[in-house]
Write a protein that binds this ligand. Structure first.
Ligand SMILES: Nc1ncnc2c1ncn2[C@@H]1O[C@H](COP(=O)(O)OP(=O)(O)OP(=O)(O)O)[C@@H](O)[C@H]1O
Length: 271
């Protein structure tokens, strides 16, 4: 499945990829706890970038920094050429960063269609007043958004559950709807927080296929945290490895897999 990283030409091309995000010397503490210490790495346009590491390594904290949920005490993020130190999550969304969560965060009583439509709200230009009038530009815009949402529903093969309240769906399908809602924002960077967590093998295979399709067919850049090593190594173009809040490795999956510091971290070798 991991044909991309085995191909040296593909690796060379990835190396030449245009920069989308740069994380520069970021440090984050909670009181006395150092969650992230002086971490730098980049995310290139069009790649699937994984952030991995043992429990407590700082992965979620890093995702929350990228997403604007946490402001690091040190360092900065450069996204699409713009440098920032502090940013709110809704600004991240406006700038084109969307995310899914470790535990599904959908409106459980609402249908699949309405949940994905809610993700679309960020793209809407007409305000509530126009939408209430329901004619002219507001109507045209509604039709345009609806078409975009229907296209995502087809893409994710969830036509059969479009009217079902998401709370009634099996977990794997809920995760797929959440992916659909993030895609509705048409992000230039999609953050996936443990997309396979709690899934059975079949659901994992489905989700892997959709993540690859989102990346290849829609051209969306993806950064993900995932505990399932098989999935990470199969899906990712490049992997950054954290341990105790520090970066210990960064590279293509094959190089990371054979890195001694990474092997030691996962085996729990004392520092
Ligand atoms: N809100 C918080 N308040 C205090 N400490 C925190 C907070 N969030 C994370 N930490 C601490 O920061 C460190 C990194 O945690 P983080 O959740 O980022 O790691 P992780 O790699 O995502 O772990 P896991 O794989 O277990 O989810 C841990 O020591 C954790 O206890």
């Amino acid at each position: 499945m991991n044909s991309r990283v085995a191909d040296p030409v593909a690796i060379a091309e990835q190396g030449a990829g245009e920069m989308l995000m740069e994380v520069r010397n970021v440090s984050l503490s909670f009181g006395g706890v150092k969650a992230i210490t002086d971490i730098s790495f980049d995310i290139r346009k069009g790649e699937i970038r994984a952030i991995i590491g043992p429990n407590g390594a700082g992965k979620t904290s890093m995702l929350n920094v990228i997403n604007g949920f946490y402001t690091p005490q040190k360092g900065e993020i450069v996204f699409r050429g713009q440098t920032r130190r502090a940013m709110k999550p809704h600004h991240a969304v406006r700038q084109g960063i969307a995310r899914t969560f470790q535990n599904v965060a959908l409106f459980k009583g609402m249908s699949t269609l309405d949940n994905i439509m809610a993700g679309r709200a960020v793209k809407m230009r007409r305000n509530l007043f126009w939408q209430m009038l329901w004619h002219g530009p507001a109507l045209a815009e509604e039709i345009e958004h609806r078409a975009a949402v229907e296209e995502i529903i087809d893409f994710l093969e969830i036509q059969h559950i479009r009217r079902t309240p998401v709370g009634k769906l099996p977990y794997g399908l809920q995760k797929r709807v959440e992916l659909g809602r993030a895609l509705a924002m048409e992000p230039s960077l999609l953050l996936l927080d443990e997309p396979m967590a709690g899934m059975n093998l079949e659901e994992k295979e489905d989700m892997s296929r959709f993540i690859l399709d989102v990346n290849r067919q829609r051209g969306t850049t993806i950064a993900l945290i995932e505990h399932d090593m098989g999935v990470v190594m199969d899906l990712s173009d490049r992997v950054v490895v954290l341990d105790y809040g520090k970066k210990i490795a960064d590279g293509v999956p094959d190089a990371v897999k054979s890195n001694q510091a990474v092997i030691d971290a996962y085996l729990g070798v004392a520092h």
